[in-house]
Each structure stands twice: as structure tokens, then as C-alpha cells.
Design a protein around this ligand. Structure first.
Ligand code: SAM
Length: 279
């Protein structure tokens, strides 16, 4: 039995440290350690890997990551009330868990880690999508991380893996599939969390590709795709009018009909269009 297994059940930890869930911080905790171990296993073989966990809360997933053999876990938590519970886990795994108190959106935690790096998190929806887009759009590729294993609302997970032509296809699908292999690895009902959220959730696993599938500048692609899907019912010549007065010529040069709508344009088409803006 490892020292992690001797820690008290999460319900006791939450009661003992008075961790009443705060809605404003998107706190829906995972209490089943079998489930957190399963999520940690989705991240792959963690031995010899540094793991960034954002939003550890009382530490259910943190325990899973450590039990699955992570070399080192850096956990960034905004809620100072969780720190004593996390300190107990750190004490059970000397030298393997560092906790940073703060807002993951304001810090650069990846700078503290040594590759290979895996990122694993069960985050509130807003913070999760914002961090995901940041992690997917660094100027250079491959990124410093090897994989992302992230919990989302089921509907957001479906948007990430959606194919062109489907209603769910949009900005997240293009940005994720351009540079990663992304798949839904686990689905979780609301009852898996305490307190249960209103909707179902899913864990999405992203493996960074060695190179993007098609050449494009990340920031330009992000801008073009955001504009295209912002008015997804409009023809692209209208939706993208604000980007350039000669947008119809640029669309044609990228092999896209100006009368098409964003949702039918494949990844390759958006990358070709982004290249039209590079000069
Ligand atoms: N990982 C824990 C689990 O699975 O039980 C907690 C998950 S809970 C959905 C989200 C966690 O993220 C909370 O502990 C919350 O305090 C934390 N959090 C929210 N916003 C954050 C931010 N901007 N930076 C770091 N942590 C944040």
C-alpha cells in the first residue's frame, strides 16, 4: 500500500477542511478515487513525466496522477481554502507535489516544469476553454507539452472533436484538430460530481502532433476562424468582409467558394485562407 492510499476519503477531507463548494469558482468535485485514477490513466504513462494540474480542489485527481506514477505534479489552485488538504497529499509524496496558489490564467506554470509534460485538469468551463485555446495556439509547434487531458461539458467536448458539416463544428474543432489528435476518452454523468452540475461532462484527450496538419500562422488562423464562425449562418464573403476588402479573391485563392458557410469548410481550407493573410 502506498502512502497515498492511507490518506482519508475525500468526503472526510472536504468536511474536515470546510470546503463547501463555491459556484463562482466552478467547484464540482470528483470524490470517487477509482474515477480519478481512470482519468489519470487517460493521460497515458506518467512515469518520468511532469504533470501540470490546474484546479486541484481537494485533490482527488491529484491523488490519481501521483498514484499513476507522475514524476512531479505542479498543481495551480485559486482557492486558498484547498491548500491544507493539498499539503497533506504533498506530505504523503515527498518531493513529488508542488502547489501554487493563484489564477492559472494569470500565471505561466509551464515554465516551472521539465519536459516531457502532460497537462491534466478538471476545470470550470470558461477557464477551461480559454486555457485550451492558449495551449493550442503558441506561435511554435510542437509545444512544450506532450498531451492534454481535460474535462469539459459534454457539449463542448463534442465541439472539439466535431467534423466539418456538423452543427458542432467550429473554432474549437479547427484549432484542436489542426495541431492535435483529439478524442473523447470518457463520459461522466452529473452524479459523478459533488455537487452535481446541470449537464453531463466528458474527458477529452489531446496528443500534440509533431507538426500541424497544414501550414498556417496560429494567430492569423485563430482570427480568421473566430470571424468565420462568429456569424456562422452567413456566407463567408459576408462573415469575413471586415477582414479585407478583397475577401472574395482571397477566399477563391484558398479554394473556398465565397458563398460557402464556415461550417462546410474543412481544416485545410481554413489554413489555406489564413496563409492568404500572411503577407
Ligand atoms: N480537480 C478537482 C476535482 O476534480 O475534484 C476540482 C475540480 S473543480 C471543477 C475546479 C477547480 O478549479 C476548483 O478547485 C476551483 O477552485 C479551481 N479554479 C477555478 N478557477 C481557477 C483558476 N482560474 N485558476 C486555478 N484554479 C481555478
Amino acid at each position: 500500500m502506498s502512502a497515498i492510499d492511507t490518506l482519508p476519503p475525500l468526503r472526510e477531507v472536504i468536511a474536515g477542511h470546510g470546503l463547501r463548494a463555491k459556484k463562482a469558482l466552478g467547484q464540482n468535485f470528483l470524490l470517487d478515487l477509482n474515477l480519478t485514477a481512470r482519468i489519470a490513466r487517460v493521460a497515458g504513462d506518467l512515469s518520468g513525466t511532469d504533470v501540470l494540474e490546474v484546479g486541484p480542489g481537494p485533490g482527488g485527481l491529484t491523488r490519481g496522477l501521483l498514484a499513476e506514477g507522475a514524476r512531479h505534479v505542479l498543481a495551480v489552485e485559486k482557492d486558498a481554502r484547498c491548500l491544507p488538504a493539498l499539503a497533506e497529499i504533498a506530505a504523503a509524496c515527498p518531493g513529488r507535489l508542488t502547489v501554487l496558489e493563484g489564477d492559472a490564467l494569470a500565471l505561466d506554470p509551464l515554465a516551472h516544469l521539465t519536459p516531457p509534460i502532460a497537462i491534466c485538469a478538471n476545470l470550470p468551463y470558461n477557464v477551461g476553454t480559454e486555457l485550451l485555446v492558449r495551449w493550442l495556439t503558441p506561435p511554435d509547434w510542437p509545444p512544450v507539452w506532450r498531451s492534454l487531458t481535460l474535462m469539459f461539458q459534454r457539449e463542448v467536448a463534442e465541439r472539439i472533436v466535431a467534423a466539418p458539416g456538423s452543427k458542432a463544428y467550429g473554432r474549437l474543432a479547427v484549432l484542436a484538430q489542426w495541431r492535435c489528435e483529439a478524442r473523447i476518452a470518457l463520459s461522466l454523468p452529473p452524479e459523478a460530481f459533488a455537487p452535481p452540475p446541470k449537464v453531463s461532462s466528458a474527458v477529452v484527450h489531446f496528443d500534440a502532433l509533431p507538426a500541424p496538419r497544414f501550414p498556417a500562422d496560429a494567430k492569423i488562423l485563430e482570427r480568421v476562424v473566430a470571424a468565420a464562425f462568429n456569424q456562422r449562418r452567413k456566407m463567408l464573403r459576408a462573415a469575413l468582409k471586415g477582414l479585407a476588402p478583397d475577401i472574395e479573391d482571397r477566399l477563391r485563392a484558398a479554394g473556398i467558394a465565397p458563398t460557402d458557410r464556415a461550417e462546410v469548410v474543412p481544416l485545410e481550407g481554413f489554413c489555406a485562407l489564413a496563409r492568404q493573410f500572411e503577407s
